[in-house]
Design a protein around this ligand. Structure first.
Ligand code: NAD
Ligand code: DAU
Length: 334
């Protein structure tokens, strides 16, 4: 297969590209604008004969048309992905997540190209801590932030293009990923690199918010499974039963890094902060036979900490700018 992977220089996209090139015979073209979140270094060492990086915007219609026309399938990861940024400057989220997705699906329908749209569990809003239900494919959309509302909008565009134009598409909505190559703005890498820098981790509010953690490789294998065996027009939820509250995750990071478990600070909470996400991935498991391979969150987190310890050259160039941006955002919300 010739795959076009949008956003392949980002966190999950780069993990997906490494896995595809290691475990299949497919060739991969990455289309990535290399925004602040994209990193060429995340794609180092890939085989020249099966891999190419094209630096460009998914909203560039002529470029997208040419690349989609030359591919057997598109896997669409590219997005503005960070909730905190979306609360301070929503416009890029509309441009990339809505107009960018529209540009891609128009090209995919013209060329009849198979399309897989990567989305998030955040389109479903949040759950109470004691709610026995988890998100399923039938949960109504109820997004909270500019980020999640633009992802919800992009999902709805894909669904409409399937129904009205026969787009050959599937959609997946996954929970919070962790693993190597994640930008230091995100919760887990931010706290790990803070501890490495001798800075106390920062927990929003009381830290009772729950996220359903999944290793990025488990996400990638689920996407490959859907590409191979998913039914056109269907949505699949991806999750690995990894619910943890934020306080527990920070305390575990501190323990694994040899620090006192209470050596963190509570800071100003995120506006509109979703309380809890939890995924029921029964459909993906029963219909397509996918199973997560990273069952032990503590072991996965320890391996992730080791990765950041060993790859300071990868994250160091972004660290100061990220913390400066957080400081600026905090000043802006006062
Ligand atoms: P990321 O921010 O690490 O990477 C996004 C990538 O997209 C970057 O390489 C960036 O340069 C690129 N990009 C942004 N705008 C672009 C544009 N206009 N044209 C071309 N490239 C552009 O994001 P991530 O965490 O890897 O998330 C990837 C996808 O997975 C997103 O669609 C996100 O909504 C979804 N998702 C993420 C998670 C998570 O936990 N991170 C969970 C579920 C779903
Ligand atoms: O659920 C899937 C989503 O997971 C994806 O769609 C998003 O792209 C991805 O960024 C992630 O969204 P979150 O907002 O859950 O992730 P983030 O890493 O920003 O924060 C995780 C939790 O940690 C959240 O409850 C906020 C909290 N947090 C975050 C940061 C950066 C802190 O307590 N302190 C922090 O410094």
């Amino acid at each position: 297969m010739r795959l076009l992977v949008t956003g392949g220089a980002g966190f999950i996209g780069s993990n997906f590209v490494h896995l595809v090139l290691a475990e299949t015979d497919s060739s991969v073209v990455v289309l990535d604008a290399l925004t602040y979140a994209g990193n060429r270094a995340s794609l180092a060492g890939l085989p020249d004969d099966r891999f190419e990086l094209v630096v460009g915007d998914i909203a560039d219609a002529p470029l997208v048309d040419r690349l989609v026309g030359a591919a057997d399938a598109v896997v669409h990861f590219a997005a503005e992905s960070h909730n905190d940024n979306s609360l301070h400057d929503p416009r890029p989220f509309l441009d990339t997540n809505i107009i960018g997705t529209y540009t891609l699906i128009e090209a995919a329908r013209r060329h009849g190209t198979r399309f897989h749209h990567i989305s998030t569990d955040e389109v479903y809003g949040d759950l109470e801590l004691d709610d026995p239900n988890r998100f399923t494919e039938r949960t109504p959309y109820n997004p909270s932030s500019p980020y999640s509302s633009t992802k919800a909008g992009s999902d709805l565009l894909v669904r409409a293009w399937v129904r009205s134009f026969g787009l050959q598409a599937t959609i997946s909505n996954c929970s919070n990923n962790y693993g190597p190559y994640q930008h230091v703005e995100k919760f887990i890498p931010r706290q790990i690199t803070n501890v490495l820098d001798g800075v106390r981790p920062k927990l929003y509010g009381a830290g009772r918010n729950v996220r359903d953690w999944i290793h990025a490789d488990d996400h990638s294998r689920a996407v490959l499974t859907i590409l191979e065996r998913g039914e056109i027009g269907e949505t699949y939820l991806i999750g690995a039963d990894g619910e943890q509250d934020n306080r527990t995750v920070v305390e575990l990071i501190l323990e694994l890094m040899g620090q006192p478990r209470d050596a963190y600070d509570h800071v100003q909470d995120r506006a509109g902060h979703d309380l809890r996400y939890a995924i029921d991935s029964t459909k993906l498991r029963t219909e397509l036979g996918w199973r997560p391979q990273y069952g032990d969150f503590r072991a996965g987190l320890a391996a992730t900490i080791d990765w950041y310890r060993e790859h300071e050259a990868w994250w160091r160039p972004q660290k100061q700018a990220t913390e400066d941006r957080y400081a600026q955002q905090a000043r802006g919300s006062k």
